[in-house]
Design a protein around this ligand. Structure first.
Ligand code: SF4
Ligand code: SF4
Length: 99
């Protein structure tokens, strides 16, 4: 038997769309494909937590019921938080721009 015959064939691959290891989404840093980054001005924030509720990636961090920084490892830059913020304290900036 040659070494190549031991390699798995296409029939050995798992079906697409299956989650084989629950909780593995943490391994995928969705922030890697971000073009725009939310920049939060905490001096204007009233901690209403609307951005926290609406963020599709659950990447707005909290502590003692107050908003903290954004976890940029998982923020994909969709801009929903900036749109929804009643205090207009989140600005979407291009990744290439400095804060
Ligand atoms: S929506 Fe705006 S004001 Fe409310 S917690 Fe988020 S950043 Fe702060
Ligand atoms: S830009 Fe989108 S993914 Fe990032 S913190 Fe705001 S709502 Fe969440």
């Amino acid at each position: 038997m040659s070494a190549d015959s031991k390699k798995p064939g296409w029939k050995d691959l798992p079906d697409g769309g299956k989650i084989l290891k629950p909780g593995n989404s943490k391994e995928y840093k969705t922030g890697d494909w971000r073009t725009f980054r939310p920049v939060w001005d905490k001096s204007k924030c009233n901690h209403c937590m609307i951005c926290w509720m609406i963020c599709p990636d659950s990447c707005i961090l909290t502590e003692d019921g107050k908003r903290k920084e954004t976890d940029l490892n998982y923020c994909k830059g969709c801009g929903i938080c900036a749109e929804i913020c009643p205090m207009k304290c989140i600005e979407m900036k291009k990744e290439s721009e400095s804060e």
